[in-house]
Design a protein around this ligand. Structure first.
Ligand SMILES: O=C(O)CCC(=O)C(=O)O
Length: 290
């Protein structure tokens, strides 16, 4: 699939903190990806290594599920992300945001990097790929243009069970009137900056709403960050320090990768829980299935 990501798309991204509607997979490629995700759901509904499948889908799926690691290496996605972040890229997390037909699940207004231990970096971007028709009706993302130019805002923890975020974290007082919808057809992606305010509503359509979110970072993100963190190099030079680099899964739910998954989760949960009034279990309730 040829990428259509021009200097004008890059300039929109820089100006607004997001850009939507960029095609990265053909109709047959996206149908195949969806089929493979749904086959995993059918064949591994019990999860693996003591984790629900929904948890792998909601965080770090690329550590144990080969097709998610492969997705992070999709050339058309990497070309666009390279335009934004430069030639040395790592995938920090690969995740799925699934809302079943008629689901009331929502995502509150937030900035991604608030709890990720990356400071206020400009060197993180999410490529969010639609694996189904992610229309306004289906609960596509909404963005506040230009919000990435500010600092990290205060977030209030709600721990709302219908919120797909780990702490139900929410920014108060967002001016919804200036929000812009980012509907995506199957196979299209949006890119959003880690400080761009975004949210999404319920799925009022008759189909599942499936988004594949790939979080990319550069080697520089670790220069000023505390603790350890893990990422998978996907383009350019492998960093010599800073990140604990991972190679990607040895096979589906390989025991060594499941052990690595646990180590990463424990390390990241410490960062995510910082300042929370209750322990944050990383995305145990993240998927519709959980
Ligand atoms: O899928 C959604 O509605 C929200 C996704 C999101 O917040 C993200 O990818 O950062």
């Amino acid at each position: 699939m040829m990428l259509d990501f021009t200097p004008s798309h890059l300039s929109d991204y820089r100006q607004n903190g997001f850009v939507a509607g960029r095609p990265v997979f053909s109709a047959s490629e996206v149908a195949r990806l969806r089929q493979r995700i749904e086959a995993l759901e059918a064949d591994h509904s019990e999860g693996a290594g003591g984790h629900d499948l929904a948890q792998f889908f909601r965080v770090n799926g690329h550590v144990v599920i080969p097709m998610l690691a492969e997705a992070a290496r999709t050339p058309a996605i990497l070309d666009a992300v390279e335009s934004v972040l430069g030639p040395d890229l790592l995938a920090w997390s690969v995740e799925l945001f699934i809302k079943e037909p008629g689901s009331r699940k929502t995502v509150s207004w937030h900035q991604d990097i608030t709890y990720w231990g990356m400071g206020e970096t400009d060197d993180e971007v999410t490529a969010w790929v639609a694996l189904s028709d992610v229309s306004v009706e289906a609960g596509c993302m909404r963005f506040i243009p230009g919000s990435h130019k500010g600092r990290i805002a205060d977030h209030e923890d709600t721990f709302d069970a219908d919120n797909l975020l780990s702490r139900g974290q929410s920014i108060a007082g967002v001016d919804e009137a200036v929000a812009v919808h980012g509907p995506l057809r199957p196979g299209e992606m949006s890119l959003h900056h880690g400080r761009c305010f975004h949210a999404s509503g319920a799925n009022n359509s008759n189909d599942r709403r499936i988004g594949l979110a790939i979080r990319y970072v550069t080697p520089a993100v670790r220069n000023h960050a505390p603790g350890r963190d893990w990422a998978m190099p996907v383009l350019g030079e492998t960093p010599r320090g800073g990140w604990d680099c991972i190679a990607g899964p040895r096979g589906l739910f390989h025991p060594a990768d499941l052990a690595l998954y646990d180590r990463i989760l424990a390390g990241q949960a410490d960062t995510l829980s910082a300042g929370a009034e209750q322990t944050v279990e990383l995305y145990l309730q993240g998927g519709e299935a959980s």
